[in-house]
Design a protein around this ligand. Structure first.
Ligand code: GLU
Length: 425
């Protein structure tokens, strides 16, 4: 097993390790053609790009980026673009593999991809970000296209970055091609409801699970790790719509806790004013790691990968975990929590609401016919609820975890596509 090591720090699991581990675990008990099994272990295509960008001070800096197609047997490659310092090819490959399972588990006609640039968007100016984005788009353009590969936002990228990608691609083509990227602003072909889609999807699957395990979400104690687009939507919906007690939230700077629940509307206003949840007067300060182990019924990790490891998994008090982020649990943590009987809705199902509304955006762009937010949300609910039901039934019948069931469902759909299309030549 490969791990990335940096001097003086413990070996860190790469996303590729994690995705490969969960894949190998699930496929081991499946009757999948050995050729297909081996193919799915590797990414189908990897493009490594390295390019110069003129910085605001007149200097020229080199950047490295990637676009990986893990698998495209079920349709065009689909997946986000991540801008993060220290991003590696292993991370992008792992995230691309997760996208293959994510699109398959909710039944979207897409394959799995991911891309990214190793850079820190918080330390770049607006103009530098634009130049990096446009140059990166030009470098990966041989792979892109509405019928080939459709990027979307991921950590460190947003609607604005998607608009630049769409514009750069369109300028090369000579006409507007909105369907080449999703997660765009509504004014240039984006979909209503895309921004909140991942958070909404998380809440839809949590509601389904809560009903099955007899957990009343009204008054239930919920901790949300991460207060970005996804975490704040989840906290808002649980607090405002479902009447849960959101007892703890955090962001990259720290967290806040109140055993009776936080006023999420006040907290959202506070964060908008100060830039962080830290110092919010409606609760006491907790550190981000402490927040994962506060007394609660539901834990929603919605920040970054690997926040729950073998070091803290036995101290998690929640009975239900919904993986709003990609890979928030290491395989070791997943094992510990399974042994302890904690129900974990895996990332490939739990956060698939984002790519589901990306699919709706792509469909709307191709048809130049746009839906209302109500229509988008209704269709999202239908897709998420149906996928959850399939996964839950499979897990109960085979007496396996929701993760194993989700992976088995996804792998079998990809394998079926291979068998029907055949091997060529
Ligand atoms: N980056 C998101 C994810 O990890 C969305 C991908 C998409 O919409 O294509 O699921």
């Amino acid at each position: 097993m490969t791990t990335s090591k940096s001097p003086g720090r413990p070996a860190k699991r790469t996303m590729w390790d994690i995705a490969s581990h969960f894949y190998a675990d699930a496929v081991a008990d499946m009757a999948v053609h050995p050729g297909v099994r081996d193919q799915l272990r590797e990414p189908q295509r990897v493009l490594n790009v390295s390019f110069p960008v003129k910085m605001d001070d007149g200097s020229v800096r080199m950047f490295t980026g990637w676009r990986v197609h893990h698998n495209i047997v079920r349709g065009p490659a689909k997946g986000g673009i991540r801008y993060a310092p220290g991003l590696t090819l292993e991370d992008v490959q792992g995230l691309a593999m997760m996208m293959t399972w994510k699109t398959a588990v909710v039944g979207l006609p897409f394959g799995g991809a991911k891309g990214g640039v190793a850079c820190d968007p918080h330390r770049l100016s607006h103009d530098e970000l634009e130049r990096i984005t446009r140059r990166y788009t030009l470098e990966i353009i041989p792979l892109l296209g509405p019928e080939r590969d459709i990027p979307a936002p991921d950590m460190g990228t947003d609607e604005r970055v998607m608009a630049w990608i769409m514009d750069t691609y369109s300028l090369v083509k000579g006409y507007s091609v909105p369907a080449v990227v999703t997660g765009k602003p509504v004014a240039v072909g984006g979909s209503h409801g895309r921004r909140r889609a991942t958070g909404r999807g998380v809440v839809f699957v949590l509601r389904e699970l809560a009903e099955r395990v007899g957990l009343d979400l009204r008054g239930a104690r919920v901790a949300v790790h991460g207060f970005g687009k996804v975490g704040s939507t989840v906290a808002y919906m649980l607090y405002h719509v479902l009447g849960s007690r959101v007892v703890a939230v955090c962001d990259s700077r720290g967290g806040v806790y109140h055993p009776d629940g936080l006023d999420i509307l006040d907290l959202q206003r506070y964060k908008a004013e100060t830039g962080s949840v830290v110092g919010f007067p409606g609760g006491e300060a907790v550190s981000s790691p402490e927040m994962l182990t506060v007394p609660c019924d539901v834990l929603v990790p919605a920040s970054v990968e690997c926040v729950i490891t073998e070091e803290n998994a036995d101290r998690v008090q929640a009975r239900v975990i919904v993986e709003a982020a990609n890979a928030p649990l290491t395989p070791e943590a997943d094992h510990i929590l399974r042994e302890r009987g904690v129900a974990v809705v895996p990332d490939v199902l739990a956060n698939a609401g984002g790519v589901t509304v990306s699919y709706f955006e792509w469909v709307q762009d191709l048809q130049s016919f746009f839906w209302t937010e109500e229509e988008v949300t209704q269709q999202l609910k239908r897709v998420m609820t149906r996928a959850f039901d399939r996964v839950y039934t499979l897990a109960s019948e085979a007496n396996v975890s929701l993760r194993t069931a989700a992976y088995r469902l996804a792998i079998s759909r990809v394998a079926t596509a291979y068998e029907l299309r055949g091997f060529y030549p």
